[in-house]
Write a protein of this length. Sequence first.
Length: 520
Amino acid sequence: MSHRPFPGRRSVLRGSLAASAALSLPTALGAAPAFARSGRPAAGWGVQTGDVTCDSGLVWVRSDRPARMIVETSATESFRNPRRWHGPLLGSGTDFTGTTRLRGLPPGEQIHYRVLLADPDDPRRTGEPVTGTFRTASVKRRDGVRFVWSGDLAGQGWGINPEFGGYTIYNAMAALDPDFFLCSGDNIYADGPISATVALPDGRTWRNVTTEEKAKVAETLGEFRGNFRYNLLDENLRAFNARVPSIIQWDDHEVTNNWYPGEMLTDARYTEKRVDVLAARARQAFSEYFPISTLRRPDGRVYRVQHHGPLLDVFVLDMRTYRNANSPGTQPADAQGILGREQLEWLKRELSRSRAVWKVIASDMPLGLVVPDGTDIEAVAQGDPGKPLGRELQIAEVLRHIKHRRITGTVWLTADVHHTSAQHYQPSKAAFTDFEPFWEFVSGPLNAGAFPASALDATFGPERVFVKAPTTANVSPAGGYQFFGEVDIDGGSGELTVRLREQDGTVLFTKVLQPGRVGQ
């Protein structure tokens, strides 16, 4: 790996340390962190980058008032002879958030950037610059690729706890110097209120930072926006965002637990029962708080493929927006399935087109792990070990396509189930056999309740090679069982190494995969 060192700690954290005081005190509805009182526009929520390619990237910021977004880039921290990019006017229509696309960047280089917020009435009047850095994807195979992935943040009532250090897992991920972070969904828990204290089984007390928007389930656009702002109160996350680009997908908790299009809620906590209305508001807030390229298009879709040089393509799925209603999952035919027909055809087409050595399929839900929704099924597998039924039919179609088109280097990454594991899928052990062997790796949560290991469904022949999970439900972050995964692709050999890690970075499991094989 030929990764360049990080910039100095001072420049990385300049945009994040200023807001650290917000961790110790509740923040009022819609208010910026308390330091923003200078009379000039301020970016107390930090900066972040997303969907970075070989020559482009998206930079995000939020202002505390109307402002013009300006981005400057440089090859060094000194910002000598910077290149300037004029971004959008930030206003209440986007909750004062904005994204600027940087184009024509040099590949495989460390890009230093700073965001200035200018007074719309006096462009010379700007707030304190907020700085960050990211590395563009390399066009040279020898440089290799390293990234981390996980999901599930602030779930089950476990929020930002200053006594615990906040979201400390982001520090362990940043220490690996990843090219990017893949978040596999459940970036917020819009359906999960955060209370000031939670009693722990050992008699201790978990103490959360609280905000008005997190005191109830999110229903209004403002409440959904407040859920995203809540996580940005954590200084660890803000510092991570300033130095590591993200590839973001979504799942159910961005809206409400186990939702599907057309659902009508019976949950007494909600006055708005129409999930489609909630999902539209959630999608708007999601698009405002993350820099995602496809959300800027007219179709506003989450699914996309991110090209990261000759070694890697990341296929980001959306298993939420186009699914059919949750059911027992035993239909002998299922055209809608979990992906929808348009996304399914897109995935097959893009996999066939890919010339990358490795094709990582970022799935926001696991394939062979049974995830129930009461008496119905929430994910793909429904517990019947026989031939594919229900949503399994679309996965079978993808796996068959991969085999018959002789597509090499596919690896599935997911989160969702709040434990970590590695599954090897083998036709010799499956009811459906028209596919090549492949691996699925599970990680998470980042900061949420941990849960026992899910049951396996034998339809696609999974063998659980490794698992670490608690034996009781909803174990707090103080009890451990917080996980992330690392993928390291060697530029010389092309080998892909997966490491499943604990919250502090300890390696629990390692698997090395060889390039160029149809199945392994």
